[in-house]
Design a protein around this ligand. Structure first.
Ligand code: NAD
Length: 429
């Protein structure tokens, strides 16, 4: 039995993390088979290069102590240092982090960013902890991982439940331990300490750019299009804004508390203001509350899942009525749902392309930091736009040439680049 098979859960009642990993491995297997690679190379690509699990003892504000678990999976570093977000969520598991790290490898290779993939996670619900507690968790996590992090080793960035403040704490902890300031150990940090202009909205900007390209591909004008967006966080909120700016009517959005709907279109600027005050889209005056699950099956041109994994699955994919699905989140569509959507003729723009804007501008941030020379926001946004459209065009062309889906095409392009790096470097010893 190969290592790949051993790590693939066989039961039907998999956890979300096991599901995500099984899907990631199946996508890799498809690419390996199409490219005609042997078992050895397949195993190399399927295996994480390094997996670290740490205990994080936390002193709570009330004086009690608890122990959290942190992970960092560095999937592949054949093309450069590893890169990937850090997630704070009570549902984080090692398998989820493994899947997300593998997808990061393919995302970086697809967009020709000179990194491998990594991902980190801490099992914590950040809403239940004070800022001081979150700072202590972050500093302990960064300190435990210090030996495997660094601008030439592995570079975290924000993800679910973390933000630029989290990155600033990691940067400071790493720098204090190193004895000098190391801004390049993280990206997505505040502009005042070496962050890039345009980074905070880069993922959303990229999501909107490929969404508009995909709408054009199916011959729907932005001003005639309707959209529903699941998740109103760092990715979903600004993606909704950029799409609305392009003339798309955003008819529904949701967050973890619920969903709101307005068939004439939501005023996204005012919704932002409402969320800034209340912390949720619920209660927005100019919209009706709706069942959040129904948002995914609304009759819209564009559906943007921008929250968590596995939300489009065997249970609801047959009911999806959108023409185009653009994956703002990582892994929102399960393998079963992918098959169903394909059968229905729904165009699915895969996560490793659709949400790559974040890692592209993270790369720009790292380049600017290395040169200690910062670009204007216009330069950042222009270069981001070029890369997103180049990625979109390459994936569409390959999909058409090979007669495969956009996800399959994106994975094949990426896996081929990573495999080439392995083959040209050879095996040591
Ligand atoms: P975030 O924590 O800023 O926002 C997450 C949003 O999803 C919140 O509005 C939350 O309420 C909502 N949510 C959570 N569970 C939900 C559910 N079951 N139904 C509806 N909404 C739900 O996180 P983020 O950074 O916006 O990340 C969202 C997704 O995008 C993740 O899959 C992440 O890996 C991916 N992503 C993020 C970036 C980035 O730069 N932040 C880059 C690439 C991919």
């Amino acid at each position: 039995m190969t290592q790949t098979e051993e790590r693939t859960p066989t039961t039907t009642d998999r956890s979300p993390g096991e599901h995500a990993l099984a899907d990631a491995l199946a996508q890799l297997k498809f690419a390996v088979d199409l490219l005609g690679y042997g078992d050895g190379l397949h195993q190399l690509l399927a295996s994480a290069r390094r997996e670290t699990r740490v205990s994080i003892p936390l002193r709570r504000d009330d004086g009690t102590m608890e122990v959290l678990t942190g992970y960092r999976v560095q999937h592949n570093f054949s093309r450069g240092p590893t890169k990937g977000g850090l997630r704070y969520s009570p549902d984080v598991s090692l398998d989820e982090v493994r899947a997300l790290a593998m997808w990061m490898t393919w995302k970086c290779a697809l967009l020709d960013v000179p990194y491998g993939g990594a991902k980190g996670g801490v099992t914590i619900d950040p809403r239940l902890y004070s800022k001081g507690e979150l700072e202590r968790v972050t500093r302990r996590y960064a300190s435990e991982l210090q030996p495997v992090l660094g601008p030439d080793k592995d570079i975290p960035a924000p993800d679910i439940g973390t933000d630029e403040q989290t990155m600033a704490w990691i940067m400071d902890t790493y720098s204090v331990n190193a004895g000098y300031t190391v801004p390049g150990v993280v990206t997505g940090k505040p502009v005042s300490i070496g962050g890039s202009l345009g980074r905070s909205t880069a993922t959303s900007r990229g999501v909107a750019q490929v969404a508009l390209a995909a709408l054009q591909h199916v011959r729907v004008a932005p001003t005639a299009a309707t959209a529903a967006v699941q998740g109103f966080g760092k990715v979903g909120a600004s993606a909704a804004q950029f799409l609305a700016d392009a003339g798309v009517r955003i008819v529904a959005v949701s967050d973890q508390y619920g969903a709101v709907h307005a068939s004439n279109g939501l005023d996204v600027v005012r919704l932002h203001e409402h969320v800034a005050v209340t912390g949720t889209v619920l209660g927005f005056a100019d919209a009706e509350p709706m069942d959040p699950d129904s948002l995914l099956t609304l009759d819209v041109d564009l559906l943007v899942p921008a929250a968590v994994e596995g939300v489009l699955n065997a249970a609801n994919a047959a009911d999806v009525r959108a023409t185009v699905v653009v994956e703002g989140a990582n892994g929102p569509t399960t393998a079963e749902a992918d098959q169903i959507l394909r059968g229905k003729g729904v165009l699915v723009v895969p996560d490793i392309l659709a949400n790559a804007g974040g890692v592209i501008v993270s790369y720009f941030e790292w380049v600017q930091g290395n040169q200690a020379y910062w670009w204007s926001v216009e330069e950042v946004e222009e270069r981001l736009h070029q890369r997103m459209l180049a990625g979109w065009t390459a994936v569409v062309e390959s999909s058409q040439q090979l007669g495969i889906t956009l996800r399959e095409a994106a994975t094949v392009i990426a896996v081929q680049r990573v495999a080439e790096a392995h083959q040209i470097r050879g095996l040591y010893p």
